[in-house]
Design a protein around this ligand. Structure first.
Ligand code: ATP
Length: 343
């Protein structure tokens, strides 16, 4: 059942549209990631849900209730932002209990809830510390615990991990996912980091210039992008601009696919590129190999329909071990792994 429903939301700022009539629903207990480049409208959409930004037209319902005119503090939401925004003069316990103190909940109830939240985020031993005595990752755990302590229906997370270093960020990302599952809370998570969006969410909404271009499960977004923008934004891809003949495009023997127009962009992932010493495929010469641990990225100079192109293939490092610059290879991509868009 849809829990949060946005229907044709538009927002205009000083002459330009930040949101062009965005419609999306989030199911009960689902984690939806809003993914897109800087300025595409992710934060504006999240702020509309929170009530921090008033939208110009469209409707928003949470749990079936229309949110128009409902102030931020009356909405059933919890929020965590990029900056930790903890109260510096309150301890960890004080911060987590703050929303309940404001509500004038009984003291014993607050203490029990704070204990529960500290256990949830794994900070039982740090309750008496002040925020400036915590690491960035610990501060974001406190911010998450504080957002969850009043038991909101919906959690809104705006780039909550982006101020953290890479290792802490990955660990906390997985932790946020665990906590979200455990609590079963409907969540909207804003990020410009595609790996984060794919890893953390049930569905990803790929945003571009105020629109949602595609919304679907991470595997679908990754393997079957429905627009050129989604294909280019999520994951690494080779891109070839080619001419079609008789409704098909052949790439020097690398693949043979139906073409929707005379000029097309063909996009395919490096892990879908097969290299062989002989046999079928477009001829190429290995340019350079880059060892990345489990995989090796192999750059190949290839002639595709009369044009020189540098393509890259991600092979298991074992498979790539006997390839060296200057080697002659054949390059192939299974037709079903090629996405074709009008150029
Ligand atoms: P980022 O990842 O950089 O935070 P974003 O996708 O969250 O980007 P938004 O912050 O939603 O993008 O901004 C969408 C557009 O609206 C941008 O062009 C931005 O400049 C504009 N915008 C956002 N807030 C305001 C405002 N208060 N006044 C005027 N323009 C705004």
């Amino acid at each position: 059942m849809s829990h949060v429903v946005l229907d044709r939301i538009t927002k205009r700022f000083a002459g330009h549209n930040a949101l062009n009539g965005v419609s999306v629903s989030v199911a009960q207990g689902e984690m939806l990631a809003l993914l897109g480049p800087s300025g595409c409208g992710k934060t504006t959409l999240l702020r509309c849900i929170a009530g921090l930004t008033e939208f110009d037209s469209g409707t928003l319902t949470i749990g079936g209730a229309d949110m128009s005119g409902v102030p931020v503090r009356k909405r059933p939401i919890g929020m965590v932002f990029q900056s930790y925004a903890l109260f510096p003069n309150l301890t960890v316990r004080g911060n987590i209990g703050f929303p309940l103190t404001v509500r004038k909940s009984p003291k014993a109830e607050i203490e029990a809830r704070v204990d529960e939240m500290l256990a949830l985020v794994g900070l039982e031993h740090l309750g008496e510390r002040l925020p400036n005595q915590l690491s960035g990752g610990q501060q974001q755990r406190v911010a998450l615990a504080r957002a969850l302590s009043p038991g909101p229906e919906v959690l809104l997370l705006d780039e909550p991990l982006s101020a953290l270093d890479a290792q802490v960020r990955t660990r906390l990302r997985d932790e946020v996912r665990r906590i979200q599952h455990q609590v079963g809370i409907t969540t909207v998570f804003v990020t410009h980091d595609q790996a984060e969006a794919l890893a953390i969410s049930d569905r990803v909404a790929v945003m571009n210039a105020g629109d949602i271009e595609q919304c679907g499960p991470p595997a679908e977004i990754y393997t079957a992008p429905s627009t050129r923008f989604a294909a280019g934004f999520v994951g690494n891809r080779n891109t070839l601009e080619l001419s079609a003949a008789d409704g098909r495009v052949t790439a020097g023997g690398a693949f043979d696919v139906a073409a929707p127009s005379d000029r097309v962009l063909c996009m395919f992932r490096p892990e879908d590129v097969e290299l062989s010493r002989d046999g079928a495929g477009a001829p190429g010469v290995v340019d350079v190999t880059v060892f990345l641990g489990a995989i090796t990225r192999v750059y190949v100079h290839s002639q595709v329909n009369g044009h020189q192109a540098v393509l890259f293939a991600d092979l298991s490092s074992r498979a790539a071990a006997d390839l060296a610059p200057g080697d002659q290879v054949r390059l192939r991509v299974a037709d079903e792994h090629v996405q074709v868009f009008p150029a």
